[in-house]
Design a protein around this ligand. Structure first.
Ligand SMILES: C[S@@+](CC[C@H](N)C(=O)[O-])C[C@H]1O[C@@H](n2cnc3c(N)ncnc32)[C@H](O)[C@@H]1O
Length: 218
């Protein structure tokens, strides 16, 4: 009996620790590994040399960005630290050494917005030619990400959003039901941010419908 109680306590401790350390506001595993064909095809028509990817997951698109740059310029990757370290390591192994990782923790209120703040702190002038935004897909995180990215994007540069129509209801991750209202789960939040913030901003011109926008050259 004593042995059983001990085992139960050990199991409870294991799961408590596991839940505490893995607590996250975003799933650690996704099902999609899609390559962003539209993004890469468009990028090939430009001479962008400093690219940022916000939300890299396993690096399918990061790899395409690295191939496009082919050692020139810089590729900045933003995501949770574990993802960034893994993708950066893999790209380095492939011979791409122009990759700069910006990882953040999995604390509930942490995001790439903290890393973007640090970049603004470190650079008085805009640094990016191209920013691909494919992260949290939420108004709460990405409306601020747009504001911060705008400070870092050069005039004439591009901001590219994935998933204009995507909603949280397309995705089975139970914590989302605690984090968002039903209205927020059913509303495409990237679409909201594009319609209300980007399209209404006179400094931006739409170049690919609901996706790629160019920052005007003043
Ligand atoms: C759709 S995936 C990115 C896919 C990737 N761009 C590609 O094309 O393969 C979204 C990414 O956003 C990241 N993300 C979501 N919320 C985040 C947060 N609060 N902080 C950092 N990264 C976050 C996730 O870890 C995930 O890797």
């Amino acid at each position: 009996m004593k042995m059983l109680a001990y085992r139960f306590q050990a199991l409870a401790r294991y799961y408590f620790r596991k839940m505490t350390f893995r607590a996250t506001n975003y799933p650690t595993r996704l099902f999609s590994l899609t390559r962003q064909t539209k993004t890469i095809e468009f990028l090939k028509t430009t001479d962008c040399q400093v690219i940022a990817e916000i939300g890299v997951y396993m690096g399918a698109t990061s790899t395409e960005f690295a191939k496009f740059l082919n050692g020139r310029g810089e590729l900045h990757l933003f995501d949770f630290e574990d993802n960034v370290l893994e993708v950066t390591r893999r790209l380095n192994e492939m011979g791409y050494h122009n990759v700069i990782g910006h990882g953040n923790s999995r604390k509930i209120m942490d995001s790439y917005n903290w890393s973007l703040m640090k970049m603004i702190q470190a650079h008085k002038e805009p640094v990016f030619d191209y920013v691909f935004v494919d992260g949290a897909h939420s108004w709460a995180v990405d409306a601020l990400a747009f504001f911060l990215t705008d400070k870092l994007l050069k005039p004439g540069g591009y901001i590219d959003f994935d998933d204009y129509d995507w909603t949280f209801k397309d995705f089975c991750f139970p914590p989302f039901r605690k984090m968002y209202t039903r209205e927020q789960i059913e509303t495409p939040q990237v679409g909201l941010l594009i319609d209300l913030l980007v399209k209404r901003d006179p400094h931006y011109t739409e170049v690919t419908q609901n996706k790629i926008f160019q920052k005007n050259r003043e």
